[in-house]
Design a protein around this ligand. Structure first.
Ligand SMILES: Cc1cc2nc3c(=O)[nH]c(=O)nc-3n(C[C@H](O)[C@H](O)[C@H](O)COP(=O)(O)OP(=O)(O)OC[C@H]3O[C@@H](n4cnc5c(N)ncnc54)[C@H](O)[C@@H]3O)c2cc1C
Length: 323
């Protein structure tokens, strides 16, 4: 009967979708195996965190609020979460594998001297927790069983499907115990590599370009279509390895796992490692001039054509419709 605690991450008040994905998966496990699902929130005020967490099945939402949590500080936040775990003894603390989560999760585990499993893509409970994660740059998966009473598990965004299922969502506060914490370092400023672009893992629509775009100068075609659709711009690893776009755009096993409502793949063959990062998209549209390209096996809609003919026309037409 596992009690699973899920860290609800916010940045500047915006709540991260990965929290609802983790709560949905924890709910599915709790429904099958018993136990409770808890949300754990840190921030200046809880805002919508409690009601949103309840929507996806949280039984309780614990919050520690105040000015100390206005901005991220690894020592303060990790101390607060470690103190939460000491007081409430969850079987596992699930943390999104975001930039913040990757920084903070291992520190929480170090403070608790417990197991820390990063970049997980699967969870099971069968008498004990079993965590699936990719190894050897995504060539294989391994199933890991933590043996400490609590464990910190980093979960890849979009590894789990978000599903609304009402939970009690009882709001409780907890004592973060952060007075006198030696912060060691403070964050002075945060500069987004995306320059205000939509973050891939949070995007509802993604347009991605592959080697079929032929050169870095043509990635602009992908960005223009993405702009017209209000979408994020992604890329295959071939494009990133060639240095045509930054790694932050890479979708796939060694890039980002995405789960948008619509994924438009332009000039991407559909290698297994690319599919691993986007095949859970709700609707996949593929544009490729090779009718036998593997991407068409997962596509809901396929356009067998030269992307240099199709993408500019599509951009114009979408622009007209969306004004
Ligand atoms: C350990 C490991 C991890 C990896 N991780 C990732 C990962 O995270 N993400 C990832 O993407 N890959 C990853 N790869 C690489 C992956 O195996 C492929 O090599 C890569 O995805 C290919 O990218 P691509 O589809 O853009 O290029 P290609 O396979 O070269 O495909 C280009 C496609 O464009 C089409 N095309 C060409 N010209 C046009 C045109 N004018 N109009 C329309 N279509 C056109 C072609 O028909 C072809 O299908 C990984 C590989 C390994 C070994």
């Amino acid at each position: 009967m596992p009690n699973l605690a899920v860290f609800i991450e916010q940045r500047d008040g915006a709540l991260k979708k990965v929290a609802w994905q983790m709560i949905s998966e924890a709910r599915r496990i709790a429904d099958a195996a018993g136990g409770e699902v808890w949300g754990v929130f840190l921030g200046p005020d809880a805002g919508e965190a409690t009601t949103e967490a309840a929507k996806y099945g949280a039984d309780k939402v614990f919050a520690a609020t105040g000015d100390s949590f206005a901005g991220y500080n690894s020592q303060t936040w990790a101390t607060a979460l470690a103190n939460f775990c000491r007081a409430h003894n969850p079987d596992a603390l699930l943390v999104g594998s975001t930039a913040l989560g990757k920084d903070m999760g291992p520190l929480v585990a170090a403070k608790l001297e417990c197991a820390c499993i990063s970049d997980a893509v699967g969870l099971k409970f069968d008498g004990g927790l079993e965590v699936r994660r990719p190894v050897f740059a995504g060539k294989c998966f391994t199933d890991v069983t933590p043996t400490t009473p609590v464990s910190v598990v980093g979960i890849r965004p979009n590894a789990f499907v978000m599903e609304e299922k009402a939970g009690a969502g009882a709001a409780e506060s907890f004592d973060a115990g952060i007075d006198g914490v030696d912060q060691k370092a403070t964050v002075q400023s945060v500069e987004s590599a995306g320059g205000g672009q939509i973050e891939l893992t949070e995007a509802e629509v993604i347009v991605s370009g592959g080697r079929g775009i032929k050169g870095p100068e043509n990635y602009e075609l992908i960005e223009k279509l993405a702009d017209a659709m209000g979408a994020a711009a992604g890329a295959s690893r071939a494009v990133v390895d060639a240095g045509w776009v930054d790694y932050s755009h890479q979708v796939g096993q060694t890039g980002k796992t995405v789960g948008p409502n619509l994924y438009v793949a332009c000039g991407i063959s559909g290698a297994i490692q690319h599919l691993a990062g986007m095949s859970s998209s709700k609707c996949i549209v593929a544009i490729n001039k090779d009718a036998n390209a593997p991407i068409f096996k997962v596509a809901d809609y396929g356009v067998v054509a030269d992307l240099f003919d199709i993408v500019p026309v599509l951009t114009d037409e979408v622009g007209k419709i969306r004004g």
